[in-house]
Design a protein around this ligand. Structure first.
Ligand SMILES: NC(=O)c1ccc[n+]([C@@H]2O[C@H](COP(=O)([O-])OP(=O)(O)OC[C@H]3O[C@@H](n4cnc5c(N)ncnc54)[C@H](OP(=O)(O)O)[C@@H]3O)[C@@H](O)[C@H]2O)c1
Length: 265
């Protein structure tokens, strides 16, 4: 990197939730200085600050430290408001959301961007950041370069995406991650009602996730819908009497699989 794009060495983290915690820890581990943690609630803020040897600051106005980057990792609904309170002028400010546009930060600073790690984070669940794709966006090529460099410190996959592309990616993450997870919940619920251990499904779940590593996932689709086995599907729908929502989900997804198959034929 040329001198016109000096490296990001000092960061301020705003927020102390799931994402802020994992990102701060990953950066700290790679010797990026987290100089300050700002958070609404003192306890969470102080705890994170201690873990990364940073100073905790209550409130958001007048962020005291000089930093190369301000990372806003608060809930999506609070991004615009908190960004406005920071009182930055041209200091580099990014948010970490999959579904909020970069434009949301445009009144808060003249140097803005997005640093979105595509994974689901829970504070107490360790993650291996190097395997998590980081999608970045910046308002100038120089800022983009800085985020690429920072991202590459902690992840082996960093790629620029526009706000629109990132929103599509986020939408698909809801299908691939959140919805799949709810399918497991349905399975667990039904098994529990019949006193059958959920663990019996684990090898199948693992194998399904494994198959999704390949391109053209649909070519590996199995089950009654892809076989258009209406006898089994009717039987399953009947078994779901009393579970109206599960019945609707079963019916809708089965129809969707059959439609997708006819489109591909
Ligand atoms: N978790 C993930 O899996 C994940 C993945 C990728 C991207 N992200 C993005 O990361 C960002 C943070 O998400 P998260 O999951 O880490 O959220 P979280 O665990 O719920 O933490 C939310 C953080 O935002 C603060 N906050 C919430 N409302 C606020 C308000 N009105 N004013 C000031 N501070 C407020 C909270 O402060 P208090 O401690 O005071 O409540 C807390 O520090 C979001 O933009 C999200 O889209 C999350």
């Amino acid at each position: 990197m040329g001198p016109e794009h000096p490296k990001i060495q000092n960061v301020v983290i705003i927020g102390a939730g799931n994402l802020a915690t994992h990102l701060a820890l990953a950066l700290h581990k790679k010797r990026v200085n987290v100089v300050q943690v700002l958070n609404r609630s003192r306890q969470a803020g102080e705890r994170l600050a201690r873990r990364v040897h940073a100073q905790y600051k209550a409130g958001f106005s007048g962020a005291g430290f000089k930093a190369d980057l301000f990372i806003l990792a608060v809930s999506d609904s609070a991004i615009k408001e908190v960004a406005g309170q920071l009182g930055l002028k041209d200091q580099f400010l990014v948010h970490t959301s999959g579904s909020v546009s970069m434009e949301t930060l445009s009144r808060a600073s003249s140097n803005t961007g997005v640093f979105y790690p595509l994974q689901t984070f829970s504070k107490n669940k360790p993650v291996n950041f190097s395997k998590i794709p980081v999608c970045i966006e910046a308002n100038t090529p120089g800022n983009e370069e800085k985020l690429l460099q920072l991202g590459r410190l902690i992840s082996s996959r960093v790629l620029p995406l526009s706000s629109e592309q990132r929103k599509v990616l986020h939408l698909t993450a809801v299908f691939a991650g959140n919805f799949s997870s709810f399918m497991y919940t349905i399975a667990e619920d039904l098994l529990k009602k019949h006193d059958i251990p959920f663990s019996l499904l684990k090898p199948l779940i693992r194998q399904t996730a494994e198959a999704a590593k390949h391109e053209d996932v649909f070519s590996r689709q199995t089950g009654p819908a892809i076989r258009e086995d209406s006898k089994i599907m009717d039987e399953h729908i009947e078994m779901l009497a009393g579970y109206e929502v599960y019945m609707d989900i079963y019916d809708l997804i089965s129809k969707s699989i059959i439609k997708h198959k006819s489109r591909n034929d």
